[in-house]
Structures are given as C-alpha cells and as structure tokens.
Design a protein around this ligand. Structure first.
Ligand code: HEM
Length: 450
C-alpha cells in the first residue's frame, strides 16, 4: 500500500489473519533465520496485529541498545509488561530511568553481594537436600520453584518457613501469567484481572515489609532497596520500592531458572566439562562461599557463558522508536538511506541470533566453553558479540548477582553429586516467552563416586 510507511521493508509471506504470529510461536529462531537468509538486512513481521521491524547485525544492536540519540523507548518496547510491572526499571526511559537505576545500583555493590552469596549458599543447600537421589525427576520445574523460593529468602530476606512465602509465590506467578495473556484488558476472570489483583495483594505485603525494614534494617536485598540512595542521597518512595521490587522479581526469576537449566543440560550432555566443574567445586571444599571464592570458578563461568550463548534467556530485545530514523544512515533527513522507520514503530534486535554468528564464534552451534579463554576470547572480537545480558543503559543490572547465583548453585549441586540425563532423546526446547525444555529436562542425581 502506498500509504504504508513500512512498505519498502520486505517480509516473508504471511497468513492474512494471523500474520506471522503462528510461525513465530512455533519456532521463533527458525523464523528469524529464514528472514535473514532471504533478505540479508532489515525485515518486518506482523505479530498479534502489529508490524515490527527487525534490525539484524551487531551494528544495529549497537544503534538500538546504546541509543546515543535517544530514539528507542524500552518502556514502550516492553508493552507486554504494562498493567502489571509498571514502574519497573525496564519500563522507564532516559533521564527518569537513569535516576532510578543509579539508586538501584547501590543494592548491587560488592558488600551487598557478599551477604547475598552467603544467603544463597544456605538456601541452595537446604533446598537441594530434598531433591530425589538415584531416581529421575524433571529439573526445570524444580529449579523454577527453587529460584522463586530463593527470591523470598535471598531477595526478600524471609525465613525459609515464613508463612507469607506461598501466598507471595502464588501472587507472583499470577502476575507473570497475566503479562503473557493475550487479553490485555482486565475483564473479570481473565489472566490480566487475576494478575492485577495479585499485584495489589503483593503491593500490600511489600508495603508492610517496607515499614518494617525501614526501621529495623537487615542485610537482605529488600532492606538494601529500602535504604538505597544514589550519590546525592536520593532514595525511593514506598510506592517506587513496590514497583521496582515487583519488576525485579520477574527479571530475576525466570531468566535465572532458564539459564540454570541450560547449564545443567549442557553439563549432563558433556561429562568431560562436568568433571572440570566438579574439580573446581571440590577445590572450594570447606571454604565459605564468598564473592572472592566464587570468583575463582573460571571454568564454571565459561560453561555458563557458553550455555547462555547457545540458549540465552532473553534472545530478543524489543524497543519502540519515538522518532523517525533511518538505517543504515543518519537520523532523517539524510542521504538516501536503505530503510526509513517512522516514529511509533516497534523495533527488535536479536542477541540470541547474533551470538550464533560464525563471523565471531568458531563452529557456533558447538558447545565449546574454551572459546571464552583469554587466548581465544571470541566474545571480545566485537563489543556486542556476546550479549545475553543486553547492552547500553538497560544492560542487566543483576548480571553479577545472576553469575554468583549460578556458581553457588553449581557448588550445591556438584559438591556430592553428578548429573546424568534420564531421557535418551531430549525433547527439544520451547523458546518463547523464555527458553525451557519441553520435557522439563529429566535428570538423575548420582553420587559423585558412582
Ligand atoms: C541468567 C540470568 C539473567 C539474564 C540472562 C538476564 C538478562 C537481561 C537482559 C538481556 C536485560 C536487558 C533487557 C533490555 O535491554 O530491554 C536485563 C535487564 C534487567 N535485569 Fe536481568 N537477566 C538475568 C538475571 C537477572 C537477575 C538475577 C536480576 C536481579 C537480581 C536481574 C534484573 C534485571 C533488571 C532490573 C533489568 C532492567 C535493567 C534496566 O532496564 O536498567 N536480571 N536482564
């Protein structure tokens, strides 16, 4: 159509009613690979009635995520989180985002991380004691429940048997379900309706906790957030703490569960690498899990990096253009750029696809943690080559926290056991909304000597 401002951007054939939605839901990676093979540049696709423009390549990722010209809104990009996670860090833009992020940063200082590491050690040890030994069980649902519980203990500072935990978990799970629901209006009994009621319930509980923690303190993450101040001494109001904490739980929980599952699947599939991680864990025997000790686990670090290169928890990052731009080229008006994208367009970049590029990663579909050794350093070939935590102003603020958590988990799991796949033919992975094994990843825990 002549009046369609995106008509010069190509797209694959689509269903006249559903657009590309079903193709994407069936196999998002395959869909984007097909587009790249066909168009060798930007393309558009239609999901849930909306056109989006995908900008392939690391230069485009740099443009969108570093956003030096302040064109791309994260808040408008993460539309699916609206109504439930409003006010969270990813749902803020530019100066407002920067102000809030500076305050949150103080809850991620090394001294604070030290305390979280000790809490993780205790929480993982206790939780894993209850997992089956010598009999198959599905890893993913267990680790998802575990990261949720860990959220209560490490992030909120609740005791393991605190009666509030179950209610908080149920409310939080309803919120996540709402953010994925197709009906966005909170009509009675829809997921959005349940999610918004759960948000109100969580807010009440958080507000009670804030009142306690502001007066009696504590070293857990929640207390740190209540006291968090930027360098100018600015902190948050109670309502802002509620918004941030609510979003932080969702940002921390599913991503970590997905990353841990990818790592454990890789360890079970590659016994040689599992042995190297076990050796590292054994080396730490009897030592407290401090940030420094966990920092010595360089092999585990490489294994984790490789696991989330191959299967990143956040493979696609959405934004919305607030102003017209052209790509590649200068901000309009300028020259005769290949594509012109008008303000209001939804834009996507794909770290999950870029990290499979043979340009930067040798045999990119092979599991090869040694690509991260200092002499190979394939991840450093380009500043955006390895970006499972994103880049720019919105780069994951929990990156070090997540890495500590993964290592503390590896210690708890492999201190006395090794893992083995319980299914001969794993069933494959679902990639949306977050990667997870379709069969839950059946594994067995065996004694280390077995
Ligand atoms: C393996 C685990 C994790 C992965 C792969 C991951 C990935 C990401 C990515 C890609 C972004 C950027 C999104 C964007 O640019 O729109 C992000 C943002 C964020 N992450 Fe993580 N994340 C993980 C764990 C965590 C944890 C444990 C926490 C908190 C303790 C956390 C808190 C956040 C927050 C608050 C943001 C928003 C930052 C901002 O907008 O300034 N994440 N994460």
């Amino acid at each position: 159509m002549a009046d369609d401002p995106l008509s010069h951007i190509p797209h694959l054939p689509m269903n006249p009613v559903t657009g590309h939605t079903l193709q994407i839901l069936k196999d998002s990676y395959g869909f984007h690979h097909r587009n790249r093979a066909q168009f060798h540049g930007p393309y558009r696709f239609k999901v849930f009635g909306d056109w989006r423009v995908c900008l392939p390549g690391l230069a485009a990722m740099d443009l969108v995520l570093h956003d030096r010209d302040r064109i791309f809104s994260s808040r408008e990009g993460w539309k699916t989180l609206h109504g439930i996670f409003d006010g969270g860090l990813a749902l803020r833009d530019f100066e407002d985002h920067r102000r809030h992020r500076r305050i949150m940063q103080s809850a991620f200082r090394v001294a604070a991380l030290q305390d979280y590491a000790a809490r993780m050690d205790a929480a993982f040890g206790a939780a894993l004691a209850g997992w089956p030994r010598g009999a198959p069980f599905a890893f993913y649902p267990r680790v998802k429940a575990l990261t949720l519980r860990l959220g209560n203990q490490v992030l909120m500072g609740l005791d393991p048997d605190d009666p509030r935990s179950d209610g908080l978990n149920r409310a939080f799970t309803a919120e996540v379900a709402a953010s994925m629901g197709l009906i966005r209006t909170p009509l009675p009994l829809t997921k959005m309706w349940r999610g918004q009621r759960s948000r109100a319930q969580l807010a009440r509980q958080f507000l009670e906790l804030i009142a306690q923690r502001r007066t009696s303190g504590g070293s857990d993450f929640f207390s740190q957030m209540c006291r968090a101040r930027d360098e100018d001494g600015q902190g948050w109001t109670d309502d802002e703490i509620v918004d941030h904490f609510n979003f932080l739980l969702v940002a921390a929980h599913d991503t970590t569960a997905s990353g841990l599952t990818s790592m454990v699947a890789a360890l079970a599939q590659h016994p040689d690498w599992q042995q190297r991680v076990i050796d590292e864990v054994t080396h730490l025997d009897g030592q407290p899990l401090t940030v420094e000790n966990l920092g010595t686990m360089v092999v585990t670090d490489r294994v984790f990096r490789e696991a989330i290169r191959l299967r990143p928890p956040v493979p696609f990052i959405p934004r919305r253009a607030l102003r017209d731009f052209s790509w590649p080229g200068e901000i309009v008006p300028a020259g005769t750029p290949p594509i012109r994208v008008p303000a209001g367009t939804r834009v996507l970049v794909c770290p999950g696809i870029e990290m499979m590029s043979p340009e930067f990663f040798a045999q990119p579909d092979q599991f090869d943690p040694d690509r991260f050794t200092p002499d190979r350093a394939e991840d450093r070939a380009h500043p955006m080559a390895w970006a499972p935590f994103g880049a720019g102003a919105h780069k994951c603020i929990g990156l070090h926290f997540a890495t500590l958590q993964i290592k503390a988990f590896a210690v708890a799991l492999l201190r006395h056991h090794r893992v083995r796949l319980a299914a001969d033919t794993p069933s494959g992975w679902a990639h949306l909304p977050i990667p997870k094994p379709k069969d839950g990843l059946p594994i067995e825990l065996l004694p280390k000597t077995g």
